[in-house]
Design a protein around this ligand. Structure first.
Ligand code: IPD
Ligand code: CA
Ligand code: CA
Length: 259
């Protein structure tokens, strides 16, 4: 864990330098951006993590297929929240999640701009800047502050878009409010430390959630798919809460398959 944290902090220096620098911005899709820093931070992390965990397959957003899996895998999102990074909104992070046999074992989410480092190891609790964190106690959905995100596929106006809009219509009046911060890994960590009472989103990729899932679970929260089953990487919807309002949130989500 210490060596992994060291590698992430080191990559964070390049991330922070990039945040304040002028960037080359390319499009991976209509509105899906990538900069030279996404690639450079990923390469740096891949080199250092390959030395720390040589028997693990490294699956990084900028160099791997989203369907790639391995018994022992490290999922890396070098910059989660690239749109924020490009616009200089300080909600973006490095996300590194270590998985074994379909279960998370170690996780780090680091926002080098705000200097917040979230970490968890299985059965050892969750921490932010070395202080123990725990989920909120809000059971009432109406008093729950939630976050969500919008998938890049929205531009196609297909199922994902319809699910986002229908869910917003069903859910928004029954919450305290809904935020869209722009970095799923941080959203998950903010559920873990009790700032948010829950989070949901469709079409997230393994590198977006591989770290945040363990951090929430170790902070006492709950992570499922839209059917209430244990979330597996690649499931179409993730629902992450303090556990107390989980079923009430599930009830208000639109049916993904029918959307
Ligand atoms: C995105 C962010 C965003 C979420 C998108 C993700 P990226 O990751 O996590 O909050 O809504 O679905 O793809 O592209 O900035 O690494
Ligand atoms: Ca991401
Ligand atoms: Ca990314």
């Amino acid at each position: 864990m210490d060596r992994l944290t060291g590698a992430v902090l080191e990559a964070g220096k390049l991330f922070r330098e990039g945040f304040y620098a002028t960037k080359d911005v390319r499009h991976k899709g209509t509105v899906d951006l990538v900069t030279q820093y996404d690639v450079a931070v990923e390469n740096l992390l891949k080199e250092s993590i390959a030395q720390i965990l040589p028997e693990y397959t490294i699956i990084g957003e900028e160099s791997a297929d989203e369907h790639e899996r391995a018994e022992k895998a490290v999922y890396i999102d070098p910059i989660d929240g690239t749109t924020n990074f490009v616009h200089k909104i300080p909600f973006c992070a490095i996300s590194v999640g270590v998985w074994e046999d379909g279960k998370p074992v170690a996780a780090i989410v680091y926002n080098p701009v705000l200097n917040e480092l979230f970490a968890a190891a299985a059965q050892e609790g969750a921490f932010c800047n070395a202080k123990r964190i725990a989920v909120s106690q809000t059971a009432d959905l109406q008093q729950s502050l939630l976050a969500t995100g919008f998938p890049y596929t929205k531009v196609e106006m297909g199922r994902d878009f319809r699910w986002v809009v229908k869910t917003m219509e069903n859910l928004l009046p029954h919450t305290q409010d809904i935020r869209r911060f722009g970095a799923a890994s941080i959203d998950l960590c903010y559920v873990a430390n009790g700032i948010l009472d829950g989070f949901y989103e469709c079409n997230l990729k393994p590198w977006d959630v591989a770290a945040g899932i363990l951090i929430i679970e170790e902070a006492g929260g709950k992570v499922t798919n839209h059917r209430g089953e244990d979330y597996r990487l690649g499931d179409p919807v993730i629902v992450a809460t303090n556990g107390k309002n989980h079923d009430k949130l599930l009830e208000k989500l639109a049916d993904y398959e029918e959307a």
